[in-house]
Design a protein around this ligand. Sequence first.
Ligand code: FAD
Length: 427
Amino acid sequence: MSKKIIVVGGGAAGMLAAYFAAAAGNKITLLEKNEKLGKKIYITGKGRCNLTNACDVEELFLNVKSNSKFLYSAFYGFDNSMVIDFFESHGMPVKVERGNRVFPVSDKSSDVIFALQRALKEKKVEVLLHTEVSKLCYEKITDTKADEEATDKKTELKITGVILKDGTKIDADAVIVATGGLSYPSTGSTGDGYKMAEDAGHTVTECTPSLVPFNVKEEWVKSLQGLSLKNTAISIYSGKKKLYEDFGEMLFTHFGVSGPMILSASASIKQSLIKQPLDMYIDLKPALTQEALDKRILREFEEAKNKQFKNSINKLLPAKMIPVIIELSGIDPDKKVNEISKEERNRLLMLFKKLPVTLNGPRGYNEAIITKGGIKVKEINPSTMESKLVNGLYFAGEVLDLDAYTGGFNLQIAWSTGYLAGTSAAV
Ligand code: FAD
């Protein structure tokens, strides 16, 4: 007999869950509070949607930051190659870029949403937009199998449907909650699912913004706004303790620093430390040892020996950075290069190798790619995504205490858990 299943939230996880629950022949209603589906997908990957990562499946686990083991059935049930097949078979070819990042060939995140909409239509999923769910409904059931021994009687909760914001009740045999986290609330992710889960007796772990830029104390950073540094190394310290180091790309912004390395740092540094001021050192020339860089500077100085200092380091730094480094070096910009002392040259060398920046805490949810924390996964069956507390209640996507690094891994979590919740609820 076909079941009536409600999916709450028309994001990545909810749409996949609805599709696969419907593919098994059930009647599915997808409820989305926004005026359209997939608002967050639209802004992913800077509008291009990095929908997954074409790495080995084992590597998917390595890129999950919280509770990777919980994803065993989800990732193996619907892995990255199945994600690619799904989209290609729904008319959206993909391409693989640097770091195995997978994008639509068209470079348009809207094509990901169109492919999902086609898929939902194909399986006759009923989509109700402008439809906000306020509450889950459940009833108590008694396990009659345990009836003979009264002491073994087990009372459990069973989902019966949802209540909408306008008070309407919609009945269902199963409900899949895929309401997302708290980041970019303008896309509809306002933490509603956490409340629904708590009402049902679930624990929600502490939530914090992650994959998020940092504020910086030093004012000079503002003058570098928009400058992206590639092939740079960073190291981040709390006192003398090194918390993080990385090599790659970073970006200066009007408030501080962002870019892939910085976002990854925000996901890696312990929550207990992240809000305290931290010392970051930028190595602008990580390919050169201190000695080799000193020789390089000497060579530049030799060529420009009669020029002023301010005109001597053009070949060593991006133009925007030159006035900043000159000021921080404390060397008179008009000084003739052949008058620069060894001590002054050393100061300059240290700025190239260890440019100090004070990180003054992460930015908020409005700028966070992901929410760290969520519904405690110990209370969810990892083989089905069903609640261990309420029969027929399933969760999928970012609403769970799962988060990963950038590179397509967070959407892979949404697709895989959505698939697993959809196929499991369908049975
Ligand atoms: P969401 O996408 O948040 O969807 C939840 C949906 O539920 C929303 O549509 C919301 O309106 C709806 N909803 C909420 N409450 C209710 C309610 N009460 N009733 C009805 N509907 C409700 N990940 C990648 O892998 N690659 C990327 O390139 C990438 N880029 C990103 C860029 C940005 C700027 C951001 C913010 C995130 C990015 N991510 C990326 C992360 C990724 O988008 C998320 O991990 C993923 O979208 C989570 O999917 P979800 O379905 O769980 O939740």
